[in-house]
Design a protein around this ligand. Sequence first.
Ligand SMILES: Nc1ncnc2c1ncn2[C@@H]1O[C@H](COP(=O)(O)OP(=O)(O)OP(=O)(O)O)[C@@H](O)[C@H]1O
Ligand SMILES: [Mg+2]
Length: 314
Amino acid sequence: MLQLREVSVDFRTEGGMFRAVDRIDLALAKGEVRGLVGESGSGKSQVLYALMGLLAENGRASGVADFQGQNLLGLSPAALDQLRGRRIAMIFQDPMTALNPYQRVGDQLAEVLRHLPRAEAWERAVAMLDRVKIPDAAARARRFPHEFSGGMRQRVMIAMALLAEPDLLLADEPTTALDVTIQAQILDLLAELAEETSTAILLVTHDLGVVARLCDTVTVLYGGRVMEEAAADALFSDPRHPYARGLLAATPRIKAPLTPRMATIPGTPRAGAAALQGCPFAPRCTLVTDRCRTETPPLVRTGARALACHEVAP
Ligand SMILES: Nc1ncnc2c1ncn2[C@@H]1O[C@H](COP(=O)(O)OP(=O)(O)OP(=O)(O)O)[C@@H](O)[C@H]1O
Ligand SMILES: [Mg+2]
């Protein structure tokens, strides 16, 4: 249902052009839950923003993102608007980007269902607030976003995305701001929804525990490029790319958050467009050869796995 071909994101900066996402290929089937992982700055959010037409004003996306036969990267703002919030929903890192501070939460949710009679839309909105564990949902629905805690606002935004029963849900660190118990409940709810409505989910996360809990497949990004792609269990049991191996080795328990451990991969993340030649991971890779520094390894597919590395066989 979603197929990205050679999607790139370039930013105009004072120092020249900066390529944040470099020719990535990625596919998502109906009902599939795919994790998009990689350390800070690897380009995860920009992939989602490109798909939603929400790149910063100095950014430009190129390539093809075929969604049910339409290229999302070539749509007019009006056509994208038609898709957003109905066939495609997005959950952001910051809930206030999605919520209107001046409108009651229940009204904002009911608006997603404006094709239904008002009373029914309201009822379904309250039921969804209840499902995302907002206590006393019926009363809370009459409140404004600023009357909610940060974690609750996050859940309201998730409720809004789920109410639309979209074909595609783009989620950027949807549960990072929530405490661990609620996080687990919300993840289970997302999984349930994906199951029930065959919603495909592209889920950006730092947290391999989240991937283990929710995702069927994983794409590992580094420096804006896909390093490896595999079924989630295959990646966990047998990561091939040196970066993916480092990522997993740095996570002693799958349930542990990944971010604080990333420092154990030696070297610093790529900066600038300098790495466009060669493998972006080359400066930090233990298996690096001269070829890695000059020749970008293509993403080679073998069965369900894809790998971009000169040195490791798929
Ligand atoms: N408007 C912009 N202008 C220039 N560079 C930008 C802009 N927005 C993002 N970038 C750069 O693009 C790269 C990818 O950013 P992105 O937000 O996708 O990272 P991320 O993988 O989502 O990281 P995080 O996990 O921290 O959210 C980063 O190097 C970032 O600095
Ligand atoms: Mg991000």
